[in-house]
Design a protein around this ligand. Structure first.
Ligand SMILES: [Zn+2]
Length: 393
């Protein structure tokens, strides 16, 4: 049994507890949450700072870990994608070693679950060991070419079938992004997945050309497709931002996790949240800075009661895989976001987005969320330069 205590305990699902104690069994199952005065101090492991549940990273591409530092920063999404497509290939051992190292780094950074995009089966051996709880999103795209959607589905299904799910892990077939998935492929993905009870992840409004394509059929996505010899003759502008195309073709009965949302407006957020009660938003601030050098408008998400979650994206578009580093970036550039809001984004909201809140995301009796010691908060209790996290269990 463990009795962890700190100046403050943040259960996340309830108000913070001054001098709280989190009691777990040896495996980390929460047995009780109490106060220090109920205990013999000698029986407690007292830590500086605060105690928080383990982090949930809702957006990663673990299979791209070997490309760390290979693609330039600040180019914008389209040159970034070109960089990934042209430099992705590597020796099998190089890819496998980078995946294992990245998983170790996530564990050390206090991450307990990951929503992970897979285009290939490269990560499945690591995931089958069950050290982290994974929601694997097997991601499909046909570059808006419906004629190719049958082959895309066949290839994606073959990848999906190869996943060996560790206890508590899940999988789904998902569309990549509005600008890369035809209406026919959207429909096939929808038909393939169970009608409810799963999470669908989709990249959304990450770069201005994405909205330009849908609004006016203009912008650099046309050049991008041209370079690959892909015809856009059949594509018609919808006259609305790209997210509305996704809403038309996704299933509102499922949890939907929109990823990036750098250009998403208050109206877009409200439209999505009135379309479904199960909408979640993943923000990956460091990747947004890496690729586009801009951040979402978090005030818009707070004003609309949006359920924001935090993702790291991949090591191709980030300097590390750490939810704390994402929180630090938000606290630095949009410092009006309160600590407790950030904490909820980093834990319980992420667990709910992935359907893992049965055991993760908050300190509640019967859950096994991981226990982190967060130290070095500044005088106002905020995440500044010195904040660091240590995993206790
Ligand atoms: Zn991504």
């Amino acid at each position: 049994m463990h009795k962890f205590s700190a100046d403050r305990v943040f259960p996340v699902s309830a108000a913070p507890i001054e001098n709280g104690v989190v009691i777990t069994d040896d495996a980390g199952l929460i047995l009780a949450i109490e106060r220090r005065e109920q205990h013999d101090p000698a029986s407690l492991q007292i830590l500086p700072g605060v105690l928080i549940p383990g982090f949930v990273n809702t957006h990663c591409h673990l299979e791209l870990s070997h490309m760390k530092g290979k693609v330039h920063t600040g180019t914008g999404l389209i040159p970034f994608i070109m960089g990934v497509v042209t430099q992705r290939n590597a020796a099998v051992e190089v890819i496998a070693d980078a995946i294992e190292q990245a998983e170790r780094d996530m564990l050390a950074a206090g991450i307990v679950a990951v929503g992970d995009i897979s285009n290939a089966p490269d990560t499945f051996a690591v995931k089958a060991k069950g050290r982290l709880r994974y929601y694997t999103f097997v991601e499909l795209f046909d570059f808006l070419q419906e004629a190719g959607s049958d082959k895309t589905m066949a290839d994606g299904t073959a990848v999906y079938e190869q996943i060996e799910l560790a206890a508590g892990s899940r999988r789904a077939l998902v569309p990549h992004a509005p600008y890369s998935v035809s209406t026919g492929l959207f429909q096939k993905i929808r038909d393939f997945n169970p009608a409810s009870g799963i999470t669908i992840s989709i990249h959304n409004q990450e770069t201005p050309p994405e909205n330009e394509l849908f609004l006016n059929k203009t912008g650099s996505f046309l050049d991008f497709y041209g370079k690959f010899g892909i015809s856009m003759d059949a594509f018609q502008a919808t006259g609305r931002a790209s997210i509305y195309y996704a809403l038309e073709h996704l299933n509102p009965q499922q949890r939907t996790l929109f990823v990036h949302n750098t250009l998403t407006t208050r109206d877009d957020i409200r439209a999505a949240q009135s379309w479904s009660e199960q909408v979640y938003w993943a923000t990956c601030p460091n990747a947004n800075l890496y690729i586009e050098n801009r951040l979402p408008d978090y005030q818009a998400f707070m004003d609309t009661d949006a359920r924001v979650t935090i993702g790291t994206d991949s090591l191709t578009s980030n300097w590390q895989l750490s939810v704390l580093e994402e929180m630090r970036t938000i606290a630095r550039y949009q410092s009006y976001v309160p600590f407790e809001t950030l904490l909820r984004w980093a834990t319980l909201n992420g667990a709910q987005a992935l359907g893992f809140e049965d055991s993760l995301g908050s300190f509640e009796v019967g859950k096994k969320p991981g226990v982190l010691s967060l130290q070095g908060l500044d005088a106002e209790g905020r995440i500044g330069r010195d904040a660091r996290v240590e995993r206790l269990i």
